[in-house]
Design a protein around this ligand. Structure first.
Ligand code: IVH
Length: 681
């Protein structure tokens, strides 16, 4: 009985139990305890340690709980870069890769097949058995220090000796003085579902998939929140092993990691030929759905390190490994409705709603049918059984109709002649596939334009989310974009879920937005054909709204980046009465209609610099990054030369990164870019 034990003995017993059950749950996926029983063990240990603080050990599972938030995640340089993998999408591509390997080696080597875990790569450093650092991959050379967050992941031991003792292995393995291991942090499917359920209840936006959720959670500045999210991890490679028994192959590495109780995915195999690889693919093609985590493919690695060394690497990838991606998944379901949505620019989009169906790990209920052309090509009708596919991205699409299952009498879908939101006649312009509602007062459009107007990239009014906009529209305070500037704190404060402080803040933000400048205003107004980049070009060229309003087609198309279609969109927008009166109202409210030199690029923070983008940045799309650089006066170029000021590298950078390094050109992360732009928070 616990009661008869000394507190010290009970504490150590609890730690051992917790360690064992954490492994059973997170690593081996055969839990013996319910979540509640596991939590009860942790609570008992916390209580015991609170009563006897001298019993707290650094490796106690209670010490995982995250500390206070940090201001910004510090950067970490990886001594050994984290490489990425070449992808194969078909068995033929995989075979071609294997053939090249065999050619280069002059014989068929052994291969290790592992599941490709769909998460976020991390690198862990243990010194004398203690976890001292955990970093994200970043651009492969520089990552972010996420040590406090990773310490909250129960699958990752914070002390290696202790883990060994817990299983009482008279381990043949000595813990190396320095161990750097790489792997993947991921969200177990179950925890992901629970997290999204909690978020839904709290009215927070849902994560699209476990991978995004894992990335978001790991990079949180507040490790206490990371701790509440039950992430897990699998490790798959040893980058440094400073000690005896250094591994000589991939299969040995995985066994060693298992010996010292690090989490290694058990589903793997060592094969001696291609048939072995294909058998593994076949096995997991379907079985993967029964796993408690997401996997999007299989990683095949040449086993012996000597062979890996001989094969070497290309500019981007190691030649000794490849990631085979499972084909996109398909499910069939029945279309229950086709609804028509009205977007910000009045475009009508048909959306198919169907009987909820499980597809690649999440439930899908709807998919866009893009436009009438797409819809009629596929001829999707209400009642149809359709195939829905989800590829690498998370947005499902309808790929085809299962015609044999079409119910008798199902009629082709016709777009409504009138806007479903305002009842006005819809129009289809010559040469355009889109059907539009051209009523600028249409409530659906107004709501969408308000949402767009206040976004960060447009007028950047913080504190006005979708819900508040909806609320203000309902109570009649927001009728159009201009009515934002008539709002007062006294009107907002008494409303539900507002208060004096939030009202004052939002009014401040609105006031501040008056000075956003012409480029942001043009983008925010949603002038047809004018995206962020075009808005900047126009602002730089015409410098004031007045000059732009007066510009004819010739003046517009004389700008190299503006084609006739864009020019027509702009002219039509300015010709519409409601748009003109909207501009007049904004002018009267004191919204600046000119571009300041700083924003137009001249004398901006990056003025005179030439920048090259490569890879996927964590927060901005390529266009957004380019827009940000150009707005600050920098130039974006497609190739690296000695004249390049810096290469801004994201995930999976291309050969531009190597070239930058070879030429000694500075390499920036997106955070470096933010700092240069003066946007770092
Ligand atoms: S090995 C040089 N093994 O997939 C070899 N990667 O597409 C580096 N990943 O960045 C990676 N499961 O984040 C390897 N069993 C596995 C993996 C795996 C998932 C991720 C990893 C890598 C990405 C490449």
């Amino acid at each position: 009985m616990a009661k008869t034990k000394t507190p010290a003995a009970r504490a150590s017993e609890l730690r051992e139990e917790i360690g064992k059950h954490a492994r059973l749950y997170y690593v081996e996926d055969r839990p013996e305890l319910t979540d509640a029983a596991y939590d009860a063990l942790i609570r008992e240990l916390i209580a015991l340690e609170e009563a006897h603080p001298e019993l707290v050990t650094p490796d106690s599972p209670t010490q995982r709980v995250g500390g206070t938030p940090v201001g910004e995640l510090p950067n970490v340089r990886h001594e050994i870069p984290l490489l990425s993998l070449e992808n194969a999408y078909t068995p033929e591509e995989l075979r071609a890769w294997a053939d090249r390997v065999v050619d280069r080696l002059g014989r068929t080597p052994d291969f290790v097949c592992e599941l490709k875990i769909d998460g976020l790569s991390i690198s862990l450093v243990y010194e004398n058995g203690a976890l001292v650092r955990a970093a994200t991959r970043g651009d492969g050379t520089t990552g972010e220090d996420v040590t406090p967050n990773v310490r909250t992941i129960h699958a990752i031991p914070t002390v290696l000796h202790a883990a060994g003792a817990a299983r009482k292995i008279s381990s043949k393995v000595n813990i190396p003085a320095v161990l750097e291991v790489r792997g993947e942090v991921y969200f177990p499917k179950k925890s992901f579902a629970a997290l999204n359920a909690r978020r839904e209840e709290a009215g927070e936006p849902l994560f699209a998939n476990p991978r995004n959720a894992a990335a978001g959670s790991l990079r949180l500045l507040d490790a206490r929140i990371t701790a509440s999210r039950r992430l897990s991890a699998f490790l798959y490679s040893i980058a440094r092993w400073a000690g005896p028994q250094e591994p000589q192959s991939q299969s040995q590495s995985l066994l060693l990691l298992e010996e010292i109780l690090l989490p290694v995915n058990p589903h793997r195999t060592l094969v001696s030929d291609l048939d072995g690889i294909f058998a593994f693919l076949d096995e997991w093609k379907t079985k993967r759905h029964d796993l408690p985590f997401e996997t999007d493919g299989v990683v095949v690695k040449v086993n012996a390190f000597a062979d890996q060394k001989r094969l070497g690497q290309t500019a981007k990838f190691p030649r000794w490994a490849i990631a085979y991606k499972f084909p996109p998944e398909e499910a069939t379901t029945v279309v229950t409705h086709i609804v028509v949505q009205v977007g910000r620019t009045g475009v009508l989009t048909p959306v198919a709603e169907f009987t909820p169906v499980l597809l690649a790990g999440s439930t899908v209920r709807r998919a866009t049918l893009h436009n009438m052309e797409d819809l009629s090509k596929k001829d999707v009708r209400i009642g149809d059984t359709v195939a829905v596919e989800k590829g690498g991205d998370v947005i499902p699409k309808v790929t085809r109709v299962v015609l044999e299952k079409r119910p008798k009498g199902a009629k082709p879908f016709a777009m409504p002649a009138r806007c479903p939101a305002c009842g006005e006649q819809v129009v289809q312009r010559e040469g355009e596939v889109a059907m539009r509602c051209v009523n600028p007062g249409c409530p659906a459009q107004v709501a969408e334009s308000l949402r767009h107007f206040v976004t960060r990239r447009a007028m950047d009014v913080e504190g006005l989310g979708d819900e508040r906009i909806e609320q203000l529209r309902e109570v009649g305070l927001l009728k159009d974009v201009a009515s934002l500037y008539a709002l007062t704190a006294d009107q907002l404060a008494p409303l539900e879920r507002w208060g004096e402080k939030s009202a004052a803040n939002v009014i401040d933000e609105i006031e501040k937005s008056k000075d956003a400048g012409l480029a942001r205003l043009l983008f925010g107004l949603g002038v047809r054909q004018v995206g962020e980049k075009t808005a900047r070009i126009l602002a730089r060229r015409f410098l004031s709204m007045e000059a732009l309003e007066e510009a004819g087609e010739d003046a517009l198309t004389s700008v190299p980046e503006i084609g006739p279609e864009t020019a027509r969109g702009i002219l039509e927008w300015f010709a519409l009465g409601p748009n003109r009166s909207l501009l007049a109202k904004l002018r009267k409210a004191g919204v600046r209609m000119t571009e300041s030199p700083g924003v137009s690029g001249v004398g901006g923070a990056l003025s005179g610099g030439v920048y090259v983008l490569t890879g996927t940045l964590p927060r901005r799309s390529r266009d957004e990054a380019q827009a940000a650089i150009e707005t600050a006066g920098g130039k974006v170029s497609g190739s690296v030369s000695k004249k390049t000021t810096a290469v801004i590298a994201g995930e999976e950078p291309g050969s531009k990164l190597d070239k930058a390094k070879a030429l000694g050109v500075a390499v920036w992360t997106e955070d470096d870019l933010d700092r240069a732009l003066g946007e770092a928070s």
